[in-house]
Design a protein around this ligand. Structure first.
Ligand code: HSE
Length: 397
C-alpha cells in the first residue's frame, strides 16, 4: 500500500476539514506536507511552516505525489490541476465549477498523462455517488438520476418553509455554516447544482455535455404566493437536478419541483442532499447524506485519498462503451427537445406567448398574481433565459 505525500491547495472550509479528518483517521497512510494559500496575513490554525504562497513549491516538488485542490477560483484551479497532471501527479479536487467547465479536457489530460484524477467531493458532498455510478452501476442500465445536489438552497427552502425564517436570514445562516459558495448567486440561481449535474450526467450516461446547454433555474425569485400555492396543494418546493434517457436521447435540467408527501425527497431537509437512481434491473435506489460543510465534504476527499492508496482511477467505462457503439450505430445525443409540465408564475404576457406552451391546463389571473400550469419545452425555457429575469418562478409540476 502506498503512503501518500500531499500538496494541498486552499485551506478554507474544506481544506481545514481535510486536515482534521486526516489526523483523526488511523487507516489512512497520507500526510499533508505543504499547503499553498493566497492570503499571507490570515491567521492559520496550524504552524506557518506548512504554508507556501507559491504554487510551484508544490507543483515542482517531486516528493509530493498527490495534489489536493480545494480553492475557490475555477480558472486558477484548472491551471493547478492541469499542471499537476502534466507532471504525472495524482489529483483530487472538489471544484465542481472547474470540472464542469473543463470536463472533457480533464478527461483527456488524465489519459494522456496517466494521472488519476478523483473528485467525489465535487457532487453531493459526503454521498459516495460518483464512484458508485462508475463501479456499481457499470453493468446496469441506468435510466434516470434525480437529486437535491445543493445544500445551501435546500437549507434556505427548509428554513423559509418550515421554520418561517426569512430568505435573507436563511441565506446568511447557510453562509455562516460554510455551505454557501463565496458568490451565493451560484447556489441560489442553481449554477452550482448544474455544475454537479454536468459531472453526474457523464458518470451516469457516458456523455460529456457542456454545462451551458443545460437549463437551470434557481430559487431566487420564490415569492410568498408561490409558497402559499405549494402549501395549499400540500407539497414542498425542492431544487431538483434531473437527467434521464428517453428514446435514445439524454435530457438534463435543474429547477424547483413540487414534491409530494411520501416522495423520498420530501423529508430531505437543511444541507442534506439526496440522489435517486433508476435502473432497469435494480429499479429505484435512494442515497442520502450531508451535501455541504467542512467535515462531510472532507470525508469524500478522504475517501478519494484512500482510493489512491490502491491506485484507483475512474475508467469512464460508459463513455468508452458509448464511443465504441457510436462508431457502429447512431449515437445517443443530448437534447432539450422535451416537454415538461410546469407551474409558471409570470407578469409579462409576451413571455408567456414566446414560451409557446404546447398545452395549458390551468390559468389564473389576479391583480398581482398570474400563473399557468401546462406543458412547455425545456429548449424554450433555456432560450428565453428565465434565470436572468426577476418576474418569474417556474416549478416542475
Ligand atoms: N455551495 C455548495 C452547496 C457547497 O451548498 O451545496 C457544496 O458543494
Amino acid at each position: 500500500m502506498k503512503k501518500l505525500r500531499i500538496g494541498l491547495f486552499g485551506f478554507g472550509v474544506v481544506g481545514t476539514g481535510l486536515y482534521d479528518v486526516i489526523h483523526k483517521t488511523k487507516g489512512i497512510h497520507a500526510k499533508i506536507v505543504k499547503i499553498c494559500v493566497k492570503h499571507r496575513d490570515k491567521a492559520r490554525p496550524i504552524p506557518m511552516d506548512f504554508f507556501t504562497f507559491d504554487k510551484n513549491d508544490i507543483l515542482n516538488d517531486d516528493s509530493l505525489d498527490v495534489v489536493v485542490e480545494l480553492i475557490d477560483n475555477a480558472d486558477e484551479a484548472f491551471d493547478i490541476v492541469s499542471a499537476a497532471m502534466k507532471k504525472g501527479k495524482a489529483v483530487v479536487s472538489a471544484n465542481k465549477r472547474m470540472i464542469a467547465e473543463n470536463f472533457h479536457e480533464l478527461y483527456e489530460l488524465q489519459k494522456k498523462h496517466n494521472a488519476p484524477f478523483l473528485y467525489e467531493a465535487s457532487a453531493c458532498g459526503s454521498i459516495p455517488i460518483i464512484r458508485n455510478l462508475e463501479e456499481y452501476y457499470d453493468n446496469d442500465l441506468l435510466t434516470s438520476l434525480e437529486g437535491i445536489c445543493n445544500g445551501t438552497t435546500n437549507y434556505i427552502l427548509t428554513k423559509t418553509s418550515e421554520e418561517k425564517i426569512s430568505y435573507a436570514d436563511a441565506l446568511k445562516g447557510a453562509q455562516q455554516s460554510g455551505f454557501a459558495e463565496s458568490d451565493p448567486t451560484l447556489d441560489v440561481k442553481a449554477f452550482d447544482a448544474k455544475f454537479k449535474l454536468t459531472i453526474l450526467l457523464t458518470h451516469t450516461f457516458g456523455i460529456f455535455v457542456k454545462h451551458n446547454e443545460i437549463f437551470n433555474f434557481g430559487i431566487q425569485n420564490l415569492s410568498v404566493e408561490d409558497s402559499t400555492f405549494a402549501k395549499e396543494k400540500g407539497v414542498r418546493i425542492k431544487l431538483i437536478a434531473h437527467t434521464f434517457s428517453a428514446n435514445g436521447k439524454i435530457l438534463a435540467y435543474v429547477m424547483p419541483k413540487f414534491i409530494h408527501k411520501g416522495d423520498m425527497f420530501y423529508d430531505v431537509r437543511n444541507e442534506f442532499n439526496a440522489v435517486q437512481l433508476e435502473a432497469s434491473f435494480s429499479d429505484k435506489q435512494f442515497f442520502y447524506g450531508k451535501g455541504a460543510g467542512s467535515h462531510p465534504t472532507a470525508s469524500a476527499v478522504l475517501s478519494d485519498l484512500a482510493a489512491l492508496m490502491y491506485d484507483y482511477h475512474y475508467e469512464y467505462k460508459k463513455y468508452n462503451q458509448r464511443l465504441e457503439s457510436n462508431n457502429k450505430a447512431n449515437g445517443t445525443t443530448f437534447t432539450n427537445d422535451q416537454l415538461l409540465n410546469v407551474y409558471l408564475r409570470y407578469s409579462d404576457e409576451k413571455l408567456l406567448k414566446d414560451l409557446q406552451f404546447a398545452e395549458i391546463d390551468q390559468q389564473y389571473f389576479s391583480h398581482n398574481f398570474k400563473y399557468v400550469i401546462g406543458k412547455v419545452s425545456v429548449a424554450k425555457l433555456l432560450e428565453h433565459k428565465l434565470n436572468d429575469r426577476d418576474d418569474v418562478f417556474v416549478v416542475r409540476y
